[in-house]
Design a protein around this ligand. Sequence first.
Ligand code: 13P
Ligand code: SF4
Length: 328
Amino acid sequence: MPEALDYEPFVLAPRREEPAPLSLIQEEILELKRRRHAVILAHNYQIEPIQRVADHVGDSLGLSYQAAATKADVILFCGVHFMAETAKIVNPGRLVLLPDLEAGCSLADSCPAEQLAAYKASHPGVYVVAYINCSAAVKALSDVICTSGNAVKIVRRVPPDREILFVPDRNLGQWVAKQTGRRLQLWPGSCYAHVLFTVEAIEKVRMQFPDAPVVAHPECVEAVRDLADEVCSTELMVKFAREHPARRIIVVTESGMLHRLRREIPDKTFIAGPTDTCACNDCRYMKMNTLEKVRDALLNLAPAIEIPEEIRQRAFVPIKRMLEWSKV
Ligand code: 13P
Ligand code: SF4
């Protein structure tokens, strides 16, 4: 029997009251957004005050479709660098802003383009499936991109006679290999935040909420994925939580997700997946964006994402392939 948690779990109880009115800075952002003909795209891991001023809040896949479809002059991407870069790759003529250019991603960093190029040179003919959490230069070396929301579907579309290299997340890759039955060579990368969730800590929370199913992100390690009732992208977590009859759900991913869930499903209770030392888990990169930086980005029309045109054009090919394969 696991011992009890030595810290209080992080719980968002059903929302009974109306959300607080927008603050002055949030109103200022909305006004600037109108003036700049901008669209604000925010990932599910952004802080709640940013999610509230966004036009679209979603996962990497949903936001890629939104970026591809927008007619706005300016795209302000509240997420991390590779997400804003993806928006720029599909929108070379639009200004794409990221509130903090330092908002990177440990997964993207784990696969430098030069190392991937060297691997390809020594394994000619390998088919590269790249998780969207990678740089534009890595996308330019890839055959198709995937997100956690469509990875299984994308890998199933790869011609069966091709040897596949899956970069950069070995955990998502392992999970996809299991779902599809395809042998994948896995790049040894991982998300520093998702690998912190442990079976031991989750079991302790389960003792307190025995009726609550566990939903986990595929970037978690295998032992955590194996104990989960459902493994899916952040967007599919909303669907899972809405459709599952349980009133309480344990959510094993970055804590910003709980705010999205509570806004969409206000009558349920959401419990954050814990690590061994913490009741919930933030991505330090996602949390670099603040309301002040969002406002300043719209005010100054900076910092902007720039990509060398030759790389952008090559990176566009596997993204376009993903958007097409994912639709059907
Ligand atoms: P999703 O596409 O599932 O939102 O995941 C993005 C991400 O960075 C997870 O860490
Ligand atoms: Fe990257 Fe992990 Fe942060 Fe997602 S949670 S952006 S994979 S570091």
